[in-house]
Write a protein that binds this ligand. Structure first.
Ligand SMILES: [Zn+2]
Length: 249
């Protein structure tokens, strides 16, 4: 059996909460063509876990040669500085935007551009071959310079394909963008690949009805009673559905 070049380090999940933004983003390791590439780095909360997971797969963070940032949002790009020997690949429009963010943008920190500028950067301005098997593709709309990474017929899509439900709908419903290119880019993504790794969902096979490649599982533990037991929520196909309804606020 040929080993897949793609390793899912963090599975994204389309989740909202009532007091914070979970930002559970997809992070993928790609090993092919003698390259060791990380696609997205997740939010800051992934930081210690990300390094541990890489090591578990036999990867020293110093051996990552390329980090592709789908875009500069806080939950995708926050750990780009962890890879001392990596070239950070992003779109030139995304870098320009990160250096001059809009005042109403609460997803791209105003310091993002300054942080990125301290790293070894390679900007792209069009669809670009990264290696024989890997191609950067432009997918603007979610942000001005959103990109994806096509590995064979598998697309690491970033938030252009936020979740499988958006793919099924053929439109961006989860995170509506004022930029009309967001829908064009979603359609471009769906036309490019047979398997998609969305920015905030599990990988799925493209078709009239998207089919997930895998299940999901998550445990959340609460230490809310100093004298009592910890509480734990388990979510996934193995657990019964916990909530019949969700409070509106
Ligand atoms: Zn985003």
């Amino acid at each position: 059996m040929i080993e897949s070049p793609i390793t899912l380090l963090f599975s994204g999940l389309p989740v909202t909460a009532d007091g914070f933004i979970p930002g559970i983003s997809t992070v993928v390791l790609v090993r092919c063509d003698d390259r060791t590439v990380l696609f997205d780095t997740g939010p800051y909360a992934y930081r210690p876990i990300l390094q541990g997971r890489l090591r578990k797969h036999g990867i020293d963070p110093a051996s990552i040669d390329t980090v592709v940032l789908s875009h500069a949002h806080w939950d995708s790009a926050a750990n780009a500085d962890l890879f001392p020997n990596a070239t950070i690949v992003l779109h030139e429009r995304e870098l320009a935007y990160a250096e001059n963010t809009a005042a109403h943008d609460d997803q791209t920190p105003a310091y993002a551009g300054r942080v990125l500028r301290r790293l070894k950067l390679q900007t792209v301005s069009a669809d670009t071959e990264l290696s024989a098997t890997m191609r950067i593709v432009e997918l603007p709309g979610h942000t001005p310079g959103s990109i994806g990474l096509l590995v064979g017929d598998t697309l690491l899509a970033g938030d252009t394909v936020y979740c499988a439900a958006d793919a099924a709908a053929g439109e961006v419903r989860s995170v509506p963008s004022a930029d009309p290119r967001a829908t064009e880019s979603l359609k471009k993504a769906l036309g490019l690949a047979s398997v998609i790794y969305p920015g905030h969902d599990r990988p799925f096979r493209v078709g009239a009805k998207p089919t997930y490649l895998d299940d999901y599982a998550m445990r959340i533990r609460f230490f809310t009673d100093p004298e009592g037991f910890d509480e734990e929520i388990r979510i996934g196909a193995f657990a019964p559905k916990s909530f019949a309804s969700w409070p509106s606020d």
